[in-house]
Design a protein around this ligand. Sequence first.
Ligand SMILES: O=C(O)CCC(=O)C(=O)O
Ligand SMILES: [Fe+2]
Length: 206
Amino acid sequence: MGLFPRERAEIAPGAVHVPDWLGLDEQRRLVEACREWSRPPAGLRATRMPNGSVMSVRSVCLGWHWTPYRYSRSTEDGSPVKPFPDWLGELGRRAAGADYRPDIALVNYYDAGARMGMHRDADERSPEPVVSLSLGDACVFRFGNTDDRGRPWTDVELRSGDLFVFGGPSRLAYHGVTRTFPGTGPEIGLRGGGRLNITLRVSGMD
Ligand SMILES: O=C(O)CCC(=O)C(=O)O
Ligand SMILES: [Fe+2]
């Protein structure tokens, strides 16, 4: 933490940034879990977009596997998606309230050059919020509007341990990661550096 404490802020209606929400030990536990989830089968891989390009972020899914633009129970190579663990649901309830029942986790790994373009999380069939946890290097998280990829937007610096929840009128807002700040993460076992982001979501499917 720096000289000036960072404060909880409502970035848009229904979108809240909570700095330093996770303690260092919790961050380490999550990094270790991400390492396990990253292993094949159904491990970390780069997602290929319909236009043939490959995302710079590498990701692994729990519960439901996301490929643009739908969810399924198996990965591109036919491996069953890893289960969504109960303890992660508990963490989600701590973030978003006692009734929250996430059944999807998307884990994204950003190396120094990775970015994520402006998009909406619109493939879930539930209006329940998205819970986002950040680990490792800080980044610029661009939180936009629900109409299009352009302005207005707010750039928020997300650091290791920060929570960001977007729901309600902001559930379908465009957002993205314009850059990371290599080498800024704390000692939480993220070997080789980089940034991890975990989003929890409710699929609305069974
Ligand atoms: O990395 C982040 O902070 C955002 C990730 C994201 O928007 C997503 O996984 O859909
Ligand atoms: Fe997203």
